[in-house]
Design a protein around this ligand. Structure first.
Ligand code: FAD
Length: 484
């Protein structure tokens, strides 16, 4: 019998596992795929390692927002690569802008380009400082998991405080691959921008470095991590609690408490028929909208041809970034160009570069009955056409790119769906919205007193948001364990 079984071996499941194993609990993390990591996993092609989801993150170093979490998860001493002070280069309306790290430098640099907007830029930074100060209060058990900035739409706030349309657009550049919808809560927008402004980081070895360390830390503290172990059912004990989970390999594993980090709609589908689950609860999560997916083009680059850039490049098209059309028939407009940390020791040249753009699931929906490795030719043709569009767009700003590509790999929302089980290939799970109750932040509690939710659909996505949900849910699990 385990103290806690955790379903899902992505960043959420593994960070929950580390916290609980370190607290002395006997934990077991169950991951359906053979490869751990969910959207943090890497894959190998052309002798190179490619990231799937995770690319860069903000606020890792001492004094920055994620540092306490990095210490807690045992990730602080990993080979983080701090990006340049001008961490983001933005190409927008035939201009090139650069966003600077550090609150003061950020204000000064933007105010020198938009002098009339100094007050609005200062108000933005003031809001960032407030969010940064209170982040760890949000995960306290008595916080009610709420923040009033979740009820304010980021788009409206920006329009109220910034008049110049160019600056309004520029402020969206960092978030171009997140779900920029008109109701995106100010808290979600600010929290991620704030972390990147503190300083941005890539990591040597990509997401695999993080995942390997988390697994190591769980095992070092007596926990277990099982891959190829899909949870197919929860079993109740007849007295209103979950007693065990059933797995695809036939195992039935019992525990006192359970944390599910998979999409809540998928978790609910695994719950047993019992009086405390009403039909309305079962339907609730599958009716909630999910964020759109991402189309990623992973490029292997001819050695020693394109110098590595220690910055992220964001290309913004002519559309309003809050209302861009991401269907298959729309041209690719907004693109993030991410250089991965060189894999040849000491090299100053890029080995691989990723191009990322948001994409609606319905662009690939007609092939939703197919699975990875068995998709028809017309799917492949659409992927190739979209990849070429992304490359053409990137090459306008990086002319040497086209002659330096040695191999092209692509991931569509369907790829993400099949590898991580995320509904409709959504990149970040259930959407947050300023018009929803608590901005769409979900409670980790379920109708079962010993089953909890964590992961990107619950609070916020990304390393920071998911880390917050892991701290919150493990605080609850530890408290319940103490009371038993
Ligand atoms: C293209 C892309 C780019 C991104 N870029 C960044 C970035 O640069 N920085 C950043 O911080 N964040 C980024 N993110 C977001 C970040 O990767 C995610 O928010 C985070 O990885 C989500 O972690 P999770 O554990 O909640 O979910 P997941 O990573 O989806 O993990 C869930 C796990 O559960 C497993 N699972 C599903 N069903 C079952 C089952 N029945 N039994 C057992 N296991 C199961 C899945 O296989 C998966 O491994 C990006 C995401 C995407 C898609």
């Amino acid at each position: 019998m385990y103290d806690t079984i955790i379903i899902g071996g992505g960043y959420a499941g593994l960070t929950c596992g580390v916290i609980l194993a370190k607290s002395g609990q006997r934990v077991c993390v169950l991951e359906k795929s053979r490869v751990l990591g969910g959207a943090f996993q890497c894959f190998q092609r052309s002798g190179l390692r490619f990231d799937t989801g995770f690319h860069y993150v903000g606020g890792v170093a001492e004094g920055e927002i994620m540092h306490p979490m990095m210490e807690m998860f045992g990730l602080a001493d990993l080979p983080w690569v701090r990006l340049d002070e001008e961490f983001l280069e933005v190409h927008c309306d035939d201009q090139i802008y650069r966003l600077h790290c550090g609150y003061d430098c950020f204000v000064e640099q933007l105010s020198s380009q938009f002098p009339e907007e100094r007050d609005g830029i200062e108000a933005l930074v003031e809001t960032m400082r407030n969010v940064a100060q209170h982040i760890y209060e949000t995960v306290r058990l008595d916080s009610g998991f709420e923040n009033k900035l979740m009820q304010i739409a980021a788009k409206e706030w920006i329009e109220e405080h910034i008049r110049d349309p160019r600056l309004r657009k520029l402020l969206c550049a960092q978030a171009v691959t997140t779900d920029l919808t008109p109701n995106l809560p100010l808290y979600s927008f600010i929290q991620s921008l704030n972390s990147f402004i503190q300083h941005s980081y890539r990591i040597e070895g990509g997401g695999d470095t993080i995942i390997a360390r988390l697994r190591e830390n769980i095992i070092a503290h007596g926990g277990e991590v099982r891959t190829g172990c899909e949870v197919t059912s929860f079993h109740d004990d007849g007295r209103g609690k979950i007693a065990s989970v059933g797995c695809s390999n036939g195992d039935v594993l019992a525990a006192r408490q359970f944390i599910s980090t998979i999409h809540p709609a998928l978790s609910v589908a695994l719950m047993p028929e019992c009086p405390q689950i009403r039909g309305i609860y079962r339907r609730r999560f599958s009716r909630m909208p999910n964020t759109r997916g991402i189309f990623t083009v992973q490029l292997a680059i001819k050695p020693d041809t394109i110098p590595y850039r220690n910055q992220v490049i964001s290309l913004l098209g002519s559309s309003d970034p809050w209302n861009t059309d991401y269907s298959s028939s729309a041209p690719v407009e907004n693109l993030l160009i991410n250089y991965n940390v060189p894999q040849r020791k000491g090299s100053r040249f890029a080995d691989n570069i990723d191009l990322l753009t948001p994409m609606d699931f319905n662009a690939f929906e007609r092939w939703s009955d197919s699975r990875v490795g068995h998709r028809p030719d017309d799917y492949r043709l659409l992927k190739e056409a979209k990849a070429q569009e992304c490359i053409e767009l990137a090459a306008k700003h990086l002319p040497e790119l086209k002659d330096s590509i040695t191999a092209i790999y692509t991931s569509t929302p369907l790829t993400y769906r099949d590898y991580t089980g995320t509904i409709e290939g959504s990149a970040y799970g259930i959407s947050k919205s300023s018009t929803a109750i608590a901005g769409g932040m979900l409670s980790p509690m379920t109708p079962f007193p010993n089953l909890f939710f964590a992961g990107q659909s619950i609070m916020l996505h990304g390393m920071l948001g998911v880390g917050m949900s892991s701290i919150l849910v493990t605080n609850i699990v530890k408290q319940v364990a103490q009371a038993q």
